[in-house]
Design a binder for this molecule. Structure first.
Ligand code: ISL
Ligand code: CA
Length: 546
């Protein structure tokens, strides 16, 4: 890169690790930190600049670590602080930063703060959580619902009050109106920075400004005030990266989080492309096809939002979402590899920081479970109970869970074709996808035309090319139902990206603004003339730099 003022994370490709499912070093069936350390070369080879590590803190694991009982310790099943420090050092030696998951909308109910809060209302942690008296009828204070189903309030017998939990009842919400609580969070963050972490991914951060009594949860009145305070306390002046998970982020409010003069975050994860693929009436538990023009318009709009200021994060999947190739591509044996590569290409050549979710780089697919007892996810199990109780058939529920349930992304990483995909020598905590003998890192990496090779090339390009990092995104033929085409422009340099995102051959007539002559990046073609018909094979990509 030529621009030395550019923050390091703008030219980096990120990689999310869900530790429980990545690599098990000791045969207990649960992925762990030494397992990650042993696999760092895979990531270095891929060209990753930083890892977002899903939570590894001490936790009773009601929500696989998103329920933290001690922010300054590691869950024993994941290892020790010494293991963590070693992983950090070995990642650093490979030029890879480690970004922790900051889960501070809530803690575990087993956290010492909550234990103290529930037993001693007048004590030092009495108002660190959101407590309310029962409603006039003796029931819940209001009708706020948990994201995991059912009321967001649980009665605490000892304290004689309800506490708020926007997620599971084992995840009580912290009270962000308490200054001492906020200071404790900032101190904890500083403690991890002192250990050498490269930044934080902030779990459901758009919920911390909530106004419970008015029923406002996301994007609440004090949200940005809190983020600015956090920035002043621990982020200011350092070169760490921060990415906030913000389901409520819109083009209208995005720059409030990541505008250059705001003093808040580096970027947010917004979910407009994810939600656009959900059924408006039934949410994510029913299946709905993806409409490409809508998808392109959503991404295009966000490219526009952050064209001059702010910064986008780019992702297809994470540990809460279905596998990219199953959701947006075609995971049939015939088209899986080509579609995974096409999806990687259109995403990674946009402006922003791309995030690869573990297994995506080898084209891993959804789980395809057939029975509810194969699922482990608290959200899926809660909604199974609620929905089948309300009359949804077992088969319909499983079909929905197989489309969008969180366990799709949580089956173990498929390393090779040995027993349990090389993930564990023991019994895995969740079933390995039966397709591991075909789909695994060893096989894919051995193929120069494989998915991994494409991801590696894209990460390398981003590291080396100002155009890929900074070029302006310009949409081309936005209404085309099968082809995603766009250009990037930086001064005189241009990049043309064309992908057939369908399983049929397409004759695509290149409009004038796509005409280019230059170097073909992933194929032999070096020129596109205005009005020329490109015969694109299913999921074929054409990328030309001119
Ligand atoms: O996937 C989801 C959208 O329906 C939700 O289940 C999910 O809870 C939401 O995306 C918020 O996610 C984050 O916070 C949760 C945790 O369970 C998720 O894993 C995490 O990414 C609570 O900490
Ligand atoms: Ca283990």
């Amino acid at each position: 890169m030529t621009d030395t003022a550019l923050p390091w994370w703008k030219a980096a490709t990120a990689y999310q690790i869900y530790p429980r499912s990545f690599a098990d070093s000791n045969g207990d069936g649960i992925g762990d930190i030494p397992g990650i350390t042993a696999r760092l070369d895979h990531l270095a080879d891929l060209g990753v600049g930083f890892i977002w590590l899903s939570p590894v803190y001490r936790s009773p694991m009601a929500d696989n670590g998103y329920d933290i009982s001690d922010y300054r310790d590691i869950a024993p099943e994941f290892g020790t602080l010494a293991d963590f420090d070693q992983m950090l050092a070995e990642a650093k030696a490979r030029g890879i930063g480690v970004v922790m998951d900051l889960v501070v909308n809530h803690t575990s109910d087993e956290h010492a703060w909550f234990q103290s809060s529930r037993s001693d209302p007048e004590g030092p942690h009495g108002d660190w959580y959101v407590w309310r008296d029962a409603g006039p009828d003796g029931g819940v204070p209001n009708d706020l619902q948990s994201f995991f189903g059912g009321p967001a309030w649980t009665w605490d017998e000892g304290r004689g009050q309800y506490y708020l939990h926007l997620f599971d009842r084992k995840q009580p919400d912290l009270n962000w109106d308490t200054a001492e609580m906020r200071a404790a969070v900032y101190e904890m963050m500083a403690w991890w920075f002192d250990r050498g972490v490269a930044g934080f991914r902030m779990d459901v951060i758009d919920l911390i400004g909530k106004d419970v009594d008015r029923g406002i949860t996301a994007d609440g009145p004090t949200l940005h005030e809190r983020l600015q305070e956090m920035h002043q306390a621990v982020l200011k002046g350092s070169d760490v990266v921060t990415v906030g998970e913000a389901w409520s982020a819109t083009p209208q409010n995005a720059l409030l989080y990541c505008g250059r003069d705001r003093g808040e975050l580096s970027m947010v994860f917004q979910f407009e492309h994810v939600v656009a693929g959900w059924d408006p009436a039934h949410g994510k538990w029913t299946r709905k096809a993806i409409d490409l023009p809508t998808l392109k318009r959503v991404f295009g709009k966000w490219q526009e939002v952050c064209a001059e200021d702010g910064w986008n994060s780019l992702f297809w999947g994470n540990h809460d979402l279905p596998r990219a190739v199953s959701r947006y591509g075609d995971d049939s044996p015939k088209h899986r590899v080509a579609s995974a590569k096409a999806l990687a290409t259109v995403l990674h050549l946009m402006k922003g920081t791309p995030y690869i979710y573990q297994g995506e780089e080898i084209g891993m697919t959804n789980a395809r479970f057939t029975r509810i007892d194969q699922y482990r996810d608290v959200e899926t199990l809660n909604f199974h109970r609620i929905q089948t109780g309300a009359g949804v058939t077992e088969a319909d529920f499983i079909a929905g869970a197989n489309a969008n349930g969180r366990d799709n992304a949580r089956t173990p990483m498929q390393w090779d074709d040995s027993a349990n995909a090389g993930f564990t020598s023991g019994e895995p905590w969740i079933e390995v996808n039966a397709n591991y003998t075909e789909i695994n890192a060893a096989a894919d990496r051995a193929d120069p035309e494989g998915v991994f090779a494409r991801y590696r090339a894209l990460a390398k390009l981003r590291k080396e090319s100002d155009l890929v990092v900074l070029g302006r995104y310009e949409a081309v033929s936005e209404d085309h139902p099968q082809v995603w085409a766009y250009t990037r422009r930086l001064d005189d340099a241009r990049l043309a990206v064309i992908a057939n995102l369908s399983s049929e051959s397409v004759d695509y007539i290149a409009p004038e603004n796509l005409a280019i002559t230059g170097t073909g990046l992933f194929g032999p073609r070096t020129r596109i003339a205005a009005g020329e018909t490109l015969s694109l094979a299913p999921w074929e990509t054409v990328v030309i730099q001119g």
